[in-house]
Design a protein around this ligand. Sequence first.
Ligand code: ZN
Length: 435
Amino acid sequence: MRSLLPALTALAMLTCAAAQTPAAAPVTAIRAGVLLDGKSDAPRRNQIIVIRGNRIESVGDAAAAKLPPGANLIDLSRATVLPGLIDSHTHIFLQGEDPAQGGYDANILKQPLAYRAARATVAARRALEQGFTTLRDVETEGAGYGDVGIKQAIADGIIPGPRLVVVTRAISTTGGYPLEGYAPELEMPKGVQIVDGPVEARQAARQQLDHGADWIKVYMTHRSWVGRNGELASQPTLTLEEIKAITDEVHGWGKKVACHAYSGIGLQRALDGGCDSIEHGLQMEDAVIAQMVRQGTWYCPTLGVYYLDWAPENTPAGRRDRLRVSAHAESFKKALKAGVKIVFGSDMGGIPWTEAIAPEFARMVDLGMPPADAIRSATSRAAEMLDLQGQIGVIAPGAYADLIAVAGDPLLDIKELEKVQFVMKDGKVVRSEEK
Ligand SMILES: [Zn+2]
């Protein structure tokens, strides 16, 4: 009994310290000329957002609001304030696949892991500076569990970066992922963890979850070409039995499975196997879209990346590249009309990180998505997919203080999101071009 007392005292002190933290936390008040809260279609004018520590405490009319004493005032009265953006498909460990620089293979064959980690650090910072305060980063492309380390370094305040939701290594099958095309005598490294059979599939998911994966990423198709009937064909990878072993395991851990799936049998297996999000979905038939609506499957299209590096016209690869874009546009429009839950994803990393992320918004709006819907796809709707609703992607009491501001009205011109002037993450100003 005697030995318990100091422990209890220590516990009481700890509890006390924890209770004191919010009161001692810095208070910031942001005056927003226009507020788009990430959920509602309707902009609100002249609002005050009060932030205590790293959370939003209140949101209300500036005329009626009483500023907390000692609050640090940030004047964004000439700007539109939105929640920090969420990109649900990035690769911070990939740096474009410029053939002149050795393409995809050089990432794995030529770059030391520390070098790749250094570049991933820069990619993370770039995303944050562009207003993306959360990324679902969907595999490290041969850099193992590097994403878990970068996530930790950001969370610990060692480096600046967005909140990261990470998938670690990703999973495909033998013959289902690069590196490919080398002499068969060579045992080449792969950009993912290779599995064959439901036992190995389940084991890989367990290993990745054990080592810090927040989601599991599976490649359900590999490569693509123009099929005999002019369709976009792709090679299926995991069997239904294999993908079901993974989704069963991952769902048991309370987590979700993202499936790269272009078209055809592999896409069908992804849906029949219970995938939570379809990545890319280049050619989706009506029945596939109906199944996604029925099952509540998320769709992360990543439109822009398929406009890069087209092979010459009238070559097999050139025809394939053009078909990918046209089929994708049709699939996107049908999915939008059918009410599939669409989230914003750029596939940055497939696009060099020196490029901007936000032009993906204009691609979606050009295909018929209303700007308010496009904004939700990168805010509250993405938060819902990530099971972080109310925490991120919204400006409301209790949410993390992740906010951005732009000068113009993104409901009128979605390209305003390409010119983010102010970024706050976790209550701290990351970027400010306002006086
Ligand atoms: Zn990708």
